[in-house]
Design a protein. Structure first.
Length: 89
């Protein structure tokens, strides 16, 4: 099972609840390329990267900090796999 929410363009601070969210997470562009994505708190941080279908999409990243920051130029979908679902992978 997956949980997620929409990130509008701008700066975001995400504090995952590790009591039910696993470490597996992703950032997926919505309809148009997101031409500038910068993150902290992830195993594979992004630094001004473009996320787009047919190019880079961050679907299998991992949380390594208690807080994640995301700066994005266009809408992105943030998602995490719920803990009990990750146990089945």
């Amino acid at each position: 099972y997956t949980m997620g929410f929409l990130l509008s363009p701008g700066s975001h601070r995400i504090i995952p609840d590790r009591s039910y969210e696993s470490k597996i997470c992703g950032l997926i562009p919505i309809s148009t390329p997101c031409t500038a994505v910068t993150t902290t708190g992830l195993k594979w941080n992004l630094s001004g990267h473009t996320l787009e279908f047919g190019g880079l999409i961050s679907t299998s990243n991992e949380l390594i900090a208690s807080e994640v920051t995301v700066e994005n130029s266009h809408h992105l979908f943030w998602c995490t796999i719920l803990s009990h679902a990750a146990d089945e992978l």
